[in-house]
Design a protein around this ligand. Structure first.
Ligand SMILES: Nc1nc2c(ncn2[C@@H]2O[C@H](COP(=O)(O)OP(=O)(O)O)[C@@H](O)[C@H]2O)c(=O)[nH]1
Ligand SMILES: [Mg+2]
Length: 388
């Protein structure tokens, strides 16, 4: 007989309570199991450090794939920050110099694009323009030159330069420029040391494949980050062996942007093309993929000014509707999957993120652990056991 307290409760509600306890118990036991695995691997690692040939360490390998500027290297930086693989002083110094390079290069692209936008710089600003175009690389430990600060500040005050900034999408202006320009006084201060947030916003072209080892919960995890430019893609195959999980990045703002290497090609269309070959490749049949839509912060801003249907005519959502835009692109990517890979089968995960947001990234990186058969075997069984 039903307990009076249960009267009126739906069977679904009655099922929910034991399910919650079952999930808690599962998480407790699997956390314990995970610790055991980590301990074993740690011991294995310790032994093998003296004799690498006699015992192989079980390692996980995360492969980051996607077009240029879609956030791959930013995700790798997040992994390092979240898993306490701190940056060395020489890396921090390299990022400091990169900050100067990003500011100068960004301003150069902007100035060079003025004629194409039908804009003209007043003669009074020519000396400032020359300072920017003539600036050399920063030497080790040298402060940012004050004349560059004065020149860039003067340029940014002018309406012509401000209009070019607003129309950045038309000229493939680096998307980190608003961040850099907002932080100029701090960058140019003699005591400037890049913060984690600065490092996440800096941009360097990845050439070839970089492989970085990050220790995730005691497990040695190799993260392969590839260059996304067209000329780099033929090298991707070198990174395809022994992968345990793929993170495929797609920049949501790519719908309105063209490729830097080929202005006739749309960034989102290019990404769809690569996605088609990766998600359907026999090679990756058994490898879980996390399809990660990045730059959600910039997308929400961009969609206020541009209509998705201007680039993708079969988009029927309202202008400025970010949720409809995201759904549309997720469905476009899903429509390319022909190999039976399916979100419900838990071999495909979809996430919309802001890659520069450390808190949000933690969730995605935990997911990489859950999806990877080596990083978290019991969790995979857990994901498979739920049909929805
Ligand atoms: N605001 C914002 N910037 C991002 C995001 N993801 C990447 N970026 C920036 O986009 C630029 C290119 O990112 P990067 O990781 O180097 O792209 P990669 O070529 O795929 O490795 C960098 O300046 C990043 O800071 C994001 O989600 N939001
Ligand atoms: Mg990169």
């Amino acid at each position: 007989m039903d307990h009076p307290k249960d009267a009126g409760k739906s069977p679904r509600r009655a099922l929910q309570i034991p399910l919650v306890y079952a999930v808690k118990l599962f998480l407790f036991t699997t956390r314990w199991a995970r610790r055991q695995i980590s301990d074993k691997l740690r011991k294995g690692k310790h032994k093998s450090s003296t004799d690498r040939t006699t015992e192989t360490i079980s390692t996980a390998k995360i492969l980051l794939l996607g077009t240029a500027d879609s956030g791959k290297s930013t995700i790798l930086k997040q992994m390092r920050m979240l898993h306490h693989s701190s940056f060395s002083s020489s890396e921090i110094e390299a990022y400091r110099r990169l900050a100067f390079d990003n500011v100068i290069q960004g301003m150069r692209v902007l100035l060079a694009s003025l004629p194409g936008l039908g804009l003209d710089l007043p003669d009074a600003l020519r000396p400032a323009q020359e300072t920017v175009t003539g600036a050399g690389d920063l030497c080790d430990d040298a402060p940012f030159p004050a004349d560059c600060f004065n020149a860039i500040t003067a340029l940014l005050k002018h309406s012509t330069v401000q209009e070019a900034c607003r129309r950045g999408r038309e000229i493939a202006l680096p998307e980190n420029l608003p961040y850099l320009f907002t932080n100029l006084p701090r960058f140019f201060s003699p005591s400037f040391v890049p913060t984690h947030d600065d490092i996440l916003h800096l941009r360097a072209r990845t050439i070839g494949t970089t492989e970085t080892t990050v220790i995730i919960d005691g497990i040695e995890t190799l993260v392969a980050d590839v260059g996304g430019a067209i000329s780099e893609r033929r090298k991707w195959i070198n990174a395809f062996a022994d992968i345990t999980v793929i993170i495929f990045t797609v920049s949501l703002t790519g719908y309105s942007r063209s490729l830097v290497e080929d202005p006739s090609r749309n960034e989102m269309q290019d990404s769809l093309l690569i996605w088609d070959s990766i998600c359907n490749a026999g090679w990756f049949k058994r490898i879980p993929i996390i399809l990660c839509f990045t730059k959600n912060d910039l997308f929400e801003e961009e969609i206020q000014h541009t209509h998705v249907a201007d680039w993708f005519p079969d988009f029927h959502g309202a202008p400025r509707d970010a949720a409809a835009g995201r759904d549309y692109f997720i469905n476009r990517f899903l429509s390319h999957v022909r190999t039976g890979r399916h979100v419900l089968d838990k071999d495909l995960y979809i996430r919309v993120i802001t890659a520069t947001d450390t808190k949000m990234m933690k969730e995605v990186l935990d997911l990489a652990g859950y999806a990877s058969p080596i990083l978290w075997p019991p969790a995979l069984a857990f994901f498979h056991s739920f049909p929805t």
